[in-house]
Ligand binder design. Structure first.
Ligand code: ZN
Length: 446
């Protein structure tokens, strides 16, 4: 039996159905689960002082491309729209191999953990030079965060009217075969799973209709979730109208890409009819506000989605288009953008934090995560509100207004991944050194 007692939490935002907020309570974590919540609990295990901390469920990242952490702020891609930005970066990503994918995942997930993330998905859709999904799964396991890897793919290269270079696309039969391999090797459907696998063709402009359809059939046969990019910007919608003769929502519906086992990244350009379709089919959305700002894609209609009953989570998106992967910062950005679009009462700090925690867990089908409630998995973020940023705040629990932007402690499945603001599970300095060397080599300085 393993236990940790979080002693005397100043405030706990439970994110339960009643939006309960607790003050001055202890939380006992036992064998990966939240075992007890109440005053003056006893433990045989370690005690963590939370006197100055606001406790929230761990944040959930529903969209990322971890490998892109090696190509942050690349000149030529800094100020481009989506398609031009991709065309700048494809030739660089082409040079990656297994170690690049492992180390970038390690560093990217550590960056996320410091910003409160306990569960991240990742969308890996290119596999040059012998790289495999296995590389990023190994990195997540070593760090100790919960991980939903998705086996992405691209099959339509430039010569067939797609966007990526031919050298980065794969044969569709090989893609489907490898999807089966990684699902069989890594997917854990059980409660408390640390690793799950999904199927994730990159986007309608880089795979065929047939691969979209076959991927959905395969995912449902295997009982795993499905993920892709959808309706990201005007160019994306124009491509859909021109090539497929319909809007992205219709395209998704026609090919089996709606339902509670599907979540789409971005959805900036969904119209009212598409929002209703997503609500009716319980299709999830990964909202990536910083990436949408960075690429000038627009403001996703998140207020309208939530009002219609769409499941919405947050995503930092790849670090080449964000370029920071700070998930609590992403939640603040989501709150601010809805206010820009719809007024100051469009999204409260608490509502945005709910999207970042429980909302994301629901999008990823994790009903065992996302709440500080007895019986839920012990995934918790502890935010020290005694520091500079929060000084003077009359409502420190409104974390998104006054910070902090990094956790003091982070627990995943009851295990401490961040301790006193530092990664506790791996040698992060060594990983960073290797990461720096790789980035310099890719940039031509190595
Ligand atoms: Zn993306």
């Amino acid at each position: 039996m393993s236990e940790i007692l979080i002693r005397n939490a100043r405030t706990v935002l439970t994110m339960d159905d009643a939006e309960t907020k607790l003050a001055d309570v202890d939380i006992l974590l036992r064998d990966g689960v939240i075992a007890e919540i109440g005053p003056r609990l006893e433990t045989v295990g370690e005690v963590v002082d939370a006197r100055h901390c606001v406790v929230t469920p761990g944040l959930v990242n529903t969209h990322h491309h971890l490998y892109q952490g090696l190509t942050k702020a690349v000149p030529g891609g800094q100020d481009a729209l989506l398609f031009g930005w991709l065309q700048t970066l494809y030739p660089i990503w082409e040079r990656f191999g297994p170690e690049e994918f492992y180390v970038s995942a390690q560093v990217g997930l550590a960056e996320l953990a410091l910003s409160g993330c306990t569960l991240s998905s990742d969308h890996l859709y290119l596999y040059p030079n012998g790289a495999r999904l296995d590389d990023s799964i190994a990195a997540a396991e070593d760090l100790g965060v919960r991980f939903h890897a998705t086996r992405g793919s691209m099959s339509i290269g430039v010569s067939k009217g797609g966007l990526p270079p031919d050298s980065l696309v794969e044969q569709e039969s090989a893609i489907l075969e490898d999807c089966i391999r990684v699902i069989d090797a890594f997917h854990d459907p059980s409660e408390g799973a640390m690793v799950r696998v999904g199927v994730a063709p990159c986007s309608p402009f880089s795979v065929s209709r047939e691969l979209m359809r076959d991927s959905a059939i395969l995912a449902r046969d295997k009982g795993v979730m499905m993920h892709t990019h959808l309706a990201e910007n005007d160019e994306d919608v124009a491509y859909s109208l021109e090539k497929f003769g319909c809007r992205p929502g219709q395209y998704a519906e026609d090919l089996g890409w709606t339902g509670p086992d599907v979540w789409h990244a971005h959805c900036v350009k969904l119209d009212g009819k598409e929002i209703d379709l997503f609500a009716a089919t319980r299709t999830g959305v990964a909202h990536c506000p910083c990436s949408n700002c960075r690429l000038g894609s627009g403001i996703a209609p998140v207020r309208a989605m939530l009002d219609a009953g769409v499941n919405v989570g947050l995503g930092v998106d790849g670090s080449a288009s964000n370029d920071m992967a700070n998930l609590i910062g992403e939640a603040r950005q989501a709150m601010l953008l809805q206010r820009v679009q719809n007024g100051a009462d469009a999204m409260s700090a608490r509502a945005a934090l709910r999207v970042a925690t429980r909302g994301g867990a629901e999008v990823l089908g994790r009903h065992d995560c996302g709440q500080v409630v007895i019986g839920m998995r012990a995934d918790l973020a502890l935010w020290d509100v005694s520091g500079l940023g929060s000084a003077g705040s009359w409502d420190p629990a409104a974390l998104l207004l006054a910070g902090p932007q990094q956790v003091r402690h982070l627990f995943v499945e009851g295990r401490q991944v961040v301790r006193d603001g530092r990664i506790a599970t791996i040698d992060i300095e060594a990983a960073l050194r290797r990461h720096r060397e790789m980035a310099r080599t890719l940039a031509g300085f190595g």
